[in-house]
Design a protein around this ligand. Structure first.
Ligand SMILES: [Zn+2]
Length: 444
């Protein structure tokens, strides 16, 4: 299948051992600054350097290592393509798992451990493809810049943000990028194997609310209670029904999902279109669109006071807000109105929303690469409800697609494995990913 002379047995063996080895290197990122990606970075850097590439190891903070290398393409007039993967993982509690989350155990054809799908699998697939090319003496058409980043699971300040701020030159000529969260099998019912490709991400707006009032004794009359004021604002924000705003990616997603399910519904461009009614008819596939038809604001933390009979002068709350591509102005204006005059709000953390075209040559090539190796699959674009390093790289003008191909058997719920307990990936899925990536990246 495909190009067996390039994706050889060594590549198929290496992708498994690389995934397993990378899982065994514990790169837990709690967001508290104690993560050390360096051993994982050195692992991939050594194996890239062995192919003859110039490999850069870059740190803003000691131990928080990023790796960047460029593979020269055969067509010097072509734009470069970025392939990025993060080396850190979210925490895992061993007591909850069937196998130790940092064992990298390969059992019955499945690789187990934290990072098996997010995203040491993709890190390993890319590494094994690059090494297969070196053995076969082939080069891609476009320059390909490979970036392994630190700190994606927290602020990216030691990772992609640092690379964009301090080492933009390494990404010169890159117009598009691929990375995590797309092109995996989404089982949407009998005969419905969907391969969603991410072509957008909502923006992150983590908000801090501060309510102001007059401090005083809890037994006295107080018409300026900061706790009541922040609580009222939190309730308004949490219960706010954000209006439906369909971006081009989400429109395409809804249109294609409706066709796949043989739904007799209006087109999303039709004024009669009722997105909630359509989502209700989509079954499991609704999960690919339901979080991205609106902005959202979920209250998550509250903090006020220190004694039951003392009214504090201020009170704080935190909101996990997300805004759609093109939705930030409406988000800000709405927050101003919902908080009211005695409650201030500010961004505790903010990052941009991004959107990639789904009528592009690149999207068509990504779709064709999946279909070549999974002819039963239906490729559908979607917008991620959260975010990845693609947001950082967008500041260099790089359009990002979520594309980490995996063909997963039924029973493997990718969404649940992501940051979940018993994260694992079948060996066959890794082999599929190597074949798809080799094909796509070489011909891109
Ligand atoms: Zn990830």
């Amino acid at each position: 299948m495909g190009d067996p002379d390039i994706v050889d047995q060594v590549a198929l063996d290496e992708v498994v051992s690389f995934t397993s080895d990378l899982i065994r290197i514990d790169t837990t990122n709690r967001g508290s600054g104690d993560c050390r990606e360096r051993p994982a970075a050195e692992y991939v850097a050594e194996r890239l350097a062995a192919t003859g590439l110039d490999v850069h190891l870059l740190e803003r903070t000691e131990g928080r290592t990023n790796v960047v290398a460029r593979i020269p393409g055969t067509d010097p007039s072509a734009d470069a393509l970025l392939v990025h993967g993060h080396l850190d993982v979210v925490p895992a509690e061993p007591a909850d798992w069937s196998v130790h989350p940092f064992s990298g155990e390969v059992r019955d054809g499945v690789v187990w451990g934290r990072g098996a799908v997010d995203m040491k699998n993709m890190d390993a697939m890319v590494l094994s493809v690059v090494r297969a090319w070196a053995r076969a003496g082939v080069r891609p058409r476009r320059d390909i810049v490979i970036a392994y980043t630190a700190d994606e699971e927290a602020s990216a300040i030691d990772g992609a943000d640092f690379l964009v701020e301090q080492h933009a030159g390494l990404f010169e000529g890159c117009t598009e990028g691929i990375s995590e969260s797309g092109a995996y099998t989404f089982h949407a019912g009998p005969g419905k194997q969907i391969y969603p490709i991410a072509a957008g991400e909502r923006g992150t707006a983590w908000l801090k609310l501060t309510g102001h009032g007059t401090a005083g004794h809890g037994s006295k009359v107080n018409g300026q209670n900061a706790v009541s004021r922040v609580a009222a604002a939190v309730a308004r924000i949490g219960e706010h029904e954000w209006p439906v705003r369909l971006t081009p990616t989400v429109r395409a997603c809804l249109r294609e999902l409706a066709a796949l399910h043989d739904l007799d519904v209006p087109d999303p461009d039709d004024p009669a279109y009722d997105v909630d009614a359509v989502l209700n008819k989509l079954g499991p596939a609704a999960a690919l669109a339901e979080a991205t038809v609106r902005n959202s604001t979920n209250p998550t933390m509250l903090d006020a006071g220190y004694k039951v009979n003392v009214i504090p002068g201020s009170a704080t709350a935190y909101i996990d807000g997300r805004f759609l591509p093109g939705g930030e102005d409406e988000f800000r204006t709405t927050l101003d109105a919902l908080t009211g005059e005695h409650v201030d709000w500010e961004f505790h953390h903010r990052s941009v929303a991004i959107e990639a075209p789904v009528d592009s040559a690149t999207y068509r090539q990504l779709r064709a690469a999946v279909r070549k190796f999974a002819p039963e699959g239906q490729v559908v674009p979607f917008c991620m409800s959260g975010g990845t390093d693609a947001k950082q790289f967008s500041r260099l003008g790089i359009t990002g697609y979520g594309f980490s191909p995996l063909r997963l058997p039924e029973g493997f719920d990718y969404g649940a494995l992501f940051h979940g307990v018993d994260e694992r990936v079948p060996v066959e899925a890794l082999h599929f990913g190597v074949r798809v990536l080799d094909h796509y990246l070489r011909h891109a």
